[in-house]
Design a protein around this ligand. Sequence first.
Ligand code: TRH
Length: 358
Amino acid sequence: MHIGIVCKVIDNFGDAGFSLRLAKALVAMGHSVDLFHDEPTTFQALYPRHENNKLSLIDATGIDFEIQRLKTPELILEPFGTSSEQTKFRFDSALKRLFPETPWLLIDYLSSESWVESFHLSNSADPSTGHVTTFFYPGFTDKTGGLIHCDYPTHLIGKRAASDATSLNIFVFAYPNAPIRELIDSCNAMNTRGSDLQIGLAGNAAAPEQGDCANAIPFVAQSGFDELLATYDVLFVRGEDSFVRAQLAGKPFIWQIYPTEDNAHAEKLACFFDLYSTGLGADCKLALWNCWLGWNGIGSEPMPDFGKSWIALLPHLPELQTHALKWQSRLLNGRELVKEVLTWRSLQTPTLNEKPDL
Ligand code: TRH
């Protein structure tokens, strides 16, 4: 099947990262994909080499859709539904005009809030054009669209952290407002007392200072990201895609959620934590939650020193590691997003637009 993916990059790496992962997984299943995007620099960083002829990355800002000869897609996927005025180039509109009969699936943000189950696979018709969009919700339960995990490298599954009790490699991929300095300072202090904590700072984190137990990690292509995470013992991740990959890695992790202006992210963080932490002992759960809150800057001012929450978490890492492997197995045996998308498409016959009841 030939599939179109519409990716409008709002910021950072997540919009492009998710779209690319989806495209590569579809191609690995034998489909061909045109991935239309508006941010060549970001895609260049994530996908520096042309790895497969069946995947075309198309800079939609540089083409005229009316004259371009495009192969008709049998399915169009629009991750994150950024077709609003947020983005400058409305190439989603051009594709809707060119291919009005193609089933269109809008893949929304990942959330563990309970409402996503009832909205998953609901339809909406544009009153002015009649174009039908179906809303697909990724998630952690069997009533959602699941997560992309078909691409997780099998040789990395079930790997335990290599380090002993005093040595720990910590991966940090965070937004600039995270208390990174407090994390580094507390690790520096632990090391003076005989520990061996080392921090790898990914993304555009500020450069470490002299004497810090931290170093900057060069950006790796997305195809090397899982391998990179696998070399660390604890993962600080953010947004959506690295958050999911940390869970698939089966490691203890601290999630910095993408902050929204309406503060809805605090509720989302708590919903996921409730789900994830089920089965942890009370002390471990509290220590982890304190770290998540502090790392996200959520709570009443003045915020407690993050370094203290972090140090309080360290004795719980063995329990968290065992828990993380159980969670990894639960996800890998749970719903797989790419398969769910294809199953949905196989049920759209002839197409949604031709269905008389819509
Ligand atoms: O970069 P993110 O914060 O992305 C986002 C965006 O803010 C976006 O608007 C929002 O929609 C989303 O979060 C929820 O974090 P995320 O989602 O983890 O994406 C990062 C991607 O970058 C992911 O695919 C992994 C990849 N990556 C690499 O391939 N190599 C690297 O070295 C690093 C650090 C990341």
